[in-house]
Design a protein. Structure first.
Lengths: 407, 76
């Protein structure tokens, strides 16, 4: 039985739904109207102004054009500088057929309270057999890119700081040892971002959410020196950059007619892109202690891509501006981590990835998580893995990477 | 090809566990855990049977507690 009771599950990819008053509790009063706050809005015919959730809602309604909603109701949505960002819920009610499911903007009262309430969250983690979790943002998107869309940069910086203070002072502080404190950055200003890293490190932050690709966000790439202040600060404070798939804002859509299943099946390719970019860029040579985790990117593809990247490097490095001395797969094992929920292929080929480079994740409170059975699912996946390797994957690798020892 | 595509063709990484979905999952799990507890209590021959039973009991109680809160109107 590789997954034993004494081994603690650490999920490196969960999510927090921001409580309604997160920003109004922290922003100066003059910003309460423009800053993020919850309003009630009839979303029967709208998907809001946020790209991905708008697309999801549209897909969910596809084929229902002309039909009046059975019971139009007010959703609770975020308003930030007048733009609308909905929280969305899977309308999978007991007794309904899957064909009748939908996806709609929702209200807090529809959500499992553990989405936004830390006391309920800890109870849900206990049921799920999860000891500790790291939580990505929701309304601001996985790496805080909603604040890139700002009209007022001063407000945007205050919004980022408010989210970080909420995580550090309230969400993580409620239950020491249960939440790995993650922060977001003011991505429009690398100097301000570095300053925020140092500020939050002093308050106990352990990880930074960062886009898997910055170019698609209209920002300079990893190949430039634009991000050096951020990478230097992350390295100096020993905080890994956690690149969640989809955080580039560029979903892998192959054709306008493709069902959304194609995009979802291919999401891991975003993490493949990030891996190739980082291994062929100067980043890890300039910052030899920097670490990157590819959140929710899966791991089964890693042996193939590392082999491919090494072959490319063997044959083609001589005439390109890439490092000539260090094999990319060696660089990978020194700097990068794969994260999985369900990935039999990756676990079976863990030696080719590096047992020390694999992290487990849960994805609570999204409906594709295995809650309340995460521990059982994790155990099934690890059934043929030696005990010591299983403990590294579910617990010890995360404790080491995020400097998060058992209390 | 399915007779009819599900309207939300697959679930991406953004949709949340609703109270209803969570309640349904808990109901299923509570049934399974009660059965597991009954089996453990019926056969206490394993050396660590007592602690195993205690752990399952605690988890069952915690699940029943959360399930009961999902019946209440939400505070938010």
């Amino acid at each position: 039985m590789p997954l034993q009771d004494h081994m603690q599950l650490i999920s490196v990819d969960d999510h927090v739904i921001e409580p309604k008053t997160l920003w109004t509790d922290r922003l100066p009063k003059k910003y309460h109207e423009a800053g993020p706050h919850i309003i009630e809005k009839d979303m029967s015919h709208s998907g809001g102004d946020e790209g991905l959730s708008k697309a999801l809602i549209a897909a969910s309604r596809n084929g229902k054009e002309g039909e009046e909603p059975q019971a139009p109701r007010l959703a609770e949505v975020w308003s930030y500088e007048g733009r609308i960002y909905p929280n969305i819920g899977l309308n999978a009610v007991a007794g309904k057929k899957p064909q009748e499911y939908g996806m709609e903007p929702t209200r807090y009262s529809d959500m499992l309270p553990g989405c936004y309430d830390i006391k309920a969250r800890i109870a849900d983690m206990d049921i799920d057999g999860v000891q500790a979790a790291m939580c990505f943002p929701s309304f601001p998107r996985f790496s805080g890119t909603a604040f890139l869309e700002h009209e007022d940069p001063e407000l945007a910086l205050l919004c980022v700081q408010a989210w970080n203070d909420f995580i550090l002072d309230e969400w993580s502080a409620y239950a020491p040892g249960r939440i790995i404190p993650m922060i977001m950055l003011p991505l429009w200003d690398p100097q301000a971002a570095a300053k925020e890293i140092y500020r939050c490190a002093a308050k106990g932050a352990r990880a930074i959410t960062f886009p898997e690709n910055t170019v698609s966000l209209g920002l300079p790439s990893f190949y430039t020196d634009h991000w050096d202040p951020v990478f230097r600060a992350a390295e100096e404070t020993q905080m890994p950059l956690c690149m969640h798939f989809g955080s580039s804002g560029k979903p892998p859509i192959t054709s306008p007619e493709a069902p959304m299943a194609v995009m979802i099946a291919l999401f891991g390719t975003n993490s493949m892109d990030a891996t190739a970019d980082l291994l062929f860029s100067p980043v890890f040579y300039k910052f030899p202690k920097l670490k990157v985790a590819l959140s929710e990117g899966g791991i089964g593809w890693m042996p193939y891509l590392l082999e491919r990247i090494d072959l490319t490097w063997e044959r083609h490095r001589w005439y390109q501006n890439v490092n000539k001395e260090v094999r990319p797969s060696d660089l990978f094992r020194e700097h990068m981590y794969g994260c999985y929920i369900d990935d039999f292929e990756g676990i079976a080929r863990r030696e080719q990835i590096g047992v020390d480079n694999i992290l487990w994740e849960c994805d609570y409170p999204h409906s594709d998580s295995n809650w309340p059975n995460s521990r059982e699912y994790a155990a099934k996946l690890l059934v043929d893995v030696p005990d010591d390797e299983a403990q590294k994957i579910v617990e010890l690798n995360a404790r080491k990477l995020f400097n998060f020892p058992r209390l | 090809m399915a007779e009819k595509d599900i309207d939300a063709p697959d679930w991406v990484d953004q949709d949340l566990l609703t109270r209803e979905e969570a309640a349904e999952r808990l109901d299923e799990e509570i049934v399974l855990v009660r059965e597991r507890l009954a089996r453990l209590e019926a056969d206490r021959s394993a050396p660590d049977a007592g602690s195993a039973i205690e752990m399952v009991r605690r988890r069952l109680a915690a699940m029943e507690q959360v399930r009961s809160t999902l019946l209440e109107p939400a505070a938010h």
